[in-house]
Design a protein around this ligand. Structure first.
Ligand SMILES: [Cu+2]
Length: 272
């Protein structure tokens, strides 16, 4: 297939295909996309090729008259069956690939986190890192640890805004909610879009294949500052992650203490 050779370098540059390379689910989505793209490209070339051939070959000539042909049963049955077979092939390939997009694999890194909820996508051995993602106009908030699912605000979990920090090779399950309007969590190299809908909890997962910085963008028009609602996922070594988590907890406590002291001061001076 000439078109495959032509499209391959373009597709590998992520020019027309979805981003991939960051997580197994993103890779599966990307390969499914390219299988369907190549089938569609093949059909396009065959149909347009036949059309061009016919336009040239049967173009109007002064002396000849066009023959009027009414139907060709064999041809019509042929292209109907061929189209149906293509649809069946796409359906089969999709259903074969779906489980690896929906169900997370086990972590490659040794982790002690346990699954928290029956609703979450869960890797076979049940070990995962749970992070709650909360959308609001116009920033993403992340709280770390399985308890975030139930005690988002009072469990005193470490949290961060805009940039999520995660360990590499670890199955990370995201519990996604919104506190105002519909937002959509999307870090293309780490998987598909998942809406954050007020009143509902949605889930997705990723397992970062290498360390680095991954960029994302809220994918649901959510208000005037929607374009600024970006997301970053910083993938680090597991040891670095543990250290960051601890340091983040200390920083949050220190900031809370400062606010507490300020409040006491202002109350004493009668300004609150
Ligand atoms: Cu948004």
């Amino acid at each position: 297939m000439g078109c495959t050779l032509l499209l391959a370098p373009v597709a590998s540059a992520n020019f027309i295909g979805p981003k991939a390379g960051g997580s197994p689910n993103a890779n599966q989505i990307s390969s499914l996309y390219h299988i369907i793209l190549y089938i569609a490209a093949f059909v396009f070339v065959v149909v347009e090729g036949t059309l061009l051939y016919s336009v040239v070959k049967f173009r109007a000539k002064r002396v000849r008259h066009a023959a009027q042909i009414h139907g060709n049963t064999r041809l019509e049955v042929g292209w109907t069956v061929a189209a149906a077979l293509i649809l069946v092939a796409i359906t089969v390939v999709t259903f074969v690939k779906l489980p690896s997009i929906i169900t997370p694999p086990n972590s490659s890194a040794a982790i002690s986190y346990q699954s928290a909820s029956v609703n979450e996508p869960t890797p076979p051995n049940g070990k995962q890192l749970t992070i709650c993602v909360t959308g609001r106009q116009f920033i993403w908030m992340y709280s770390y640890g399985a308890a975030c699912d139930k005690h988002r605000w009072d469990a005193k979990l470490p949290y961060s805004y805009q940039q999520m920090v995660v360990p590499v090779h670890t199955t990370v399950v995201l519990v996604i909610q919104s506190i105002d309007v519909i937002h959509s969590w999307w870090v293309p190299a780490l998987g598909g879009k998942v809406d954050a809908v007020p009143g509902y909890t949605t889930y997705t997962w990723f397992k970062a294949l290498h360390t680095g910085l991954f960029h994302g963008q809220c994918a649901q028009l959510c208000g005037r500052q929607h374009a600024f609602m970006t997301a970053q996922v910083k993938v680090v070594a597991p040891g670095q992650y543990a250290a960051w988590l601890k340091q983040q907890g200390v920083a949050i406590n220190a900031a809370n203490d400062q606010v507490g002291t300020l409040r006491q001061m202002l109350t004493r001076e009668g300004q609150l």
